[in-house]
Design a protein around this ligand. Structure first.
Ligand code: ZN
Length: 406
C-alpha cells in the first residue's frame, strides 16, 4: 500500500478541505442567486487564483496592478429565485423546508390554502380553483386529464427522496414536492406561502492560467463549476460535493502546477451557472476569448463531484478518446490500481461543463468520483458531512500524473 506524506506532498488535502468548508459555508448562500452568493464565490476564486500564482489571460494595458475583472468572463441569464418566504403547512402543521418538501424550481409566487385531492379523483371538478392536486410518485397523468385539470392552482408531487434544482423560467402553476412519508394519509388542507422572483442575473466564469515551459500557445484546460442551487427562502443548499469539491481540487492543482509547470500552458476555468443548465460553459464556447480559443485547447479535464473515490472514478467520454483513456489507465499503474481501484468507462453525456466543448470538437474527459457519499442536490450536501480522506490524495495524484503525460 502506498503511503502519502502530507507534509511534503504534491496535493494539499488540508487546503482542499478548507476550500470546501469555506465555499459551502453560510457566507456564500449556496453559491446561487440570493444575496449574491455566486458573486461572492467568484471574488473568493479570483483571490485564490492570484494566491496560487495564476495569471489573467487578458492584459490591462492601462494598469500595472492586477484587477479582478481581468479574470472574469461575464454573462447574464434569467433564473427563478426564492428570496422570501417558502412555507408549506399541512392541516396547520409546518413542514421542514428542504427535508419534508421543496418548491418546484419554476414555482411562481403563491399565498393561499387548498383542499388536497388525488389527481385521479373526480371530486375536485367543482371547486378546482381551491383544490391542490396530489400526484403520487408513480402516477402519470394522461393528456385528457391534463386538459380537465388545467384550472387547478397548486400541484403536489409526492417523492421518495427530496432533491432540488434551478429553473431559468417560471411555470404558469405553482407546485411543491413533498416527501411521501411527510404527508399524512388523511391530510386535508395545504397552506402555501411562497415568494419567488424571476430575475435577470449577472454571473462570471473565472479564468486564469499558468504559462507552459515549451508550447505556450496550446492549453490543457482544467475546469470545475463553482455555482450551486443557492437558497430556497431561508434554507441553504450548500453543495459541498457538488461542486465545492471539484473547485477545491482544481485550486490545489493550480497551486501544484504553478510550482511545476508543464510543457503546455494550463488554463483554469471555474464556471458559473452550471446548475441551471450548463449556461456558463455554453457561454464560453459561444464567446471564447481570443487568448484561449477552442482550437488551442489540447485536452480538457472537467472535475465535478470529487469528494469520494472509494469505488473508483467515472470517466465520461472515455469511449470517444480511447488513446487518452489508455494514458489515464497507464497513470493508474501497471496493476491498474496504483491510485484508484478502477474506472467506470462512459460515453458522451450532457451532464456537466465538458459537454459544449466536446460538441465543438475539443477533446476532453469529465471525471467524477464514486463512493459511499450519497448527498446530491439536498440540504445535507454539507462540508460537515464531506470529510476528504486518502482518496482525495489518490485521485489528485492520478489526475496530476495523467495531465503530466499529455
Ligand atoms: Zn455539479
Amino acid at each position: 500500500m502506498a503511503v502519502f506524506n502530507l507534509n511534503n506532498a504534491a496535493q494539499n488535502r488540508i487546503f482542499a478541505q478548507k476550500t470546501i468548508d469555506t465555499l459551502a459555508s453560510n457566507a456564500f448562500y449556496g453559491r446561487g442567486y440570493v444575496n449574491d452568493g455566486d458573486k461572492k464565490a467568484a471574488m473568493f476564486l479570483v483571490d485564490e487564483y492570484v494566491r496560487a500564482g495564476l495569471k489573467p489571460l487578458k492584459i490591462d494595458i492601462n494598469k500595472d496592478v492586477l484587477s479582478a475583472g481581468l479574470f472574469l468572463h461575464p454573462f447574464s441569464f434569467s433564473v427563478n429565485t426564492f428570496p422570501g418566504k417558502c412555507d408549506v403547512k399541512i392541516d396547520g402543521k409546518e413542514l421542514v423546508p428542504g427535508k419534508d418538501f421543496v418548491v418546484n424550481p419554476g414555482c411562481p409566487s403563491i399565498k393561499e390554502s387548498f383542499s388536497i385531492k388525488p389527481a385521479n379523483s373526480n371530486k375536485y371538478q367543482k371547486r378546482i380553483k381551491k383544490t391542490a392536486l396530489l400526484y403520487d410518485t408513480s402516477y402519470k397523468q394522461t393528456k385528457a386529464e391534463l386538459v380537465k385539470t388545467a384550472k387547478f392552482n397548486l400541484k403536489i408531487t409526492l417523492q421518495k427522496k427530496i432533491t432540488w434544482s434551478v429553473a431559468t423560467y417560471q411555470d404558469s402553476k405553482a407546485g411543491v414536492e413533498i416527501l411521501k412519508t411527510s404527508l399524512p394519509a388523511n391530510a386535508k388542507k395545504i397552506t402555501v406561502n411562497i415568494k419567488s422572483k424571476l430575475i435577470n442575473h449577472e454571473a462570471s466564469n473565472v479564468i486564469g492560467y499558468i504559462e507552459g515551459t515549451e508550447i505556450k500557445d496550446t492549453f490543457i484546460l482544467l475546469t470545475a463549476h463553482y455555482d450551486h442551487l443557492g437558497m430556497m427562502g431561508k434554507t441553504m443548499f450548500p453543495g459541498a460535493n457538488d461542486n465545492a469539491s471539484g473547485v477545491a481540487m482544481m485550486l490545489d492543482m493550480a497551486n501544484y502546477f504553478s510550482k511545476h509547470p508543464c510543457k503546455y500552458s494550463i488554463a483554469f476555468i471555474a464556471f458559473a451557472a452550471e446548475e441551471p443548465g450548463l449556461i456558463g460553459s455554453k457561454h464560453y464556447t459561444d464567446n471564447p476569448w481570443a487568448e484561449l480559443p477552442l482550437s488551442r485547447i489540447k485536452f480538457l479535464v472537467n472535475l465535478d463531484l470529487m469528494g469520494s473515490g472509494e469505488k473508483g472514478m467515472a470517466v465520461v467520454n472515455s469511449t470517444l478518446f480511447p488513446d487518452y483513456f489508455k494514458l489515464l489507465q497507464t497513470a493508474n499503474g501497471n496493476s491498474g490500481k496504483k491510485y484508484l481501484t478502477g474506472f467506470k468507462s462512459r460515453g458522451k453525456a450532457a451532464n456537466s461543463d465538458h459537454y459544449w466543448f466536446v460538441e465543438r470538437g475539443v477533446k476532453g474527459f469529465f471525471f467524477y468520483l464514486m463512493g459511499d457519499y450519497n448527498h446530491y442536490h439536498d440540504i445535507e450536501d454539507r462540508a460537515q458531512n464531506l470529510r476528504l480522506g486518502e482518496y482525495y490524495d489518490k485521485s489528485f495524484l492520478l489526475i496530476r500524473d495523467f495531465i503530466e503525460k499529455i
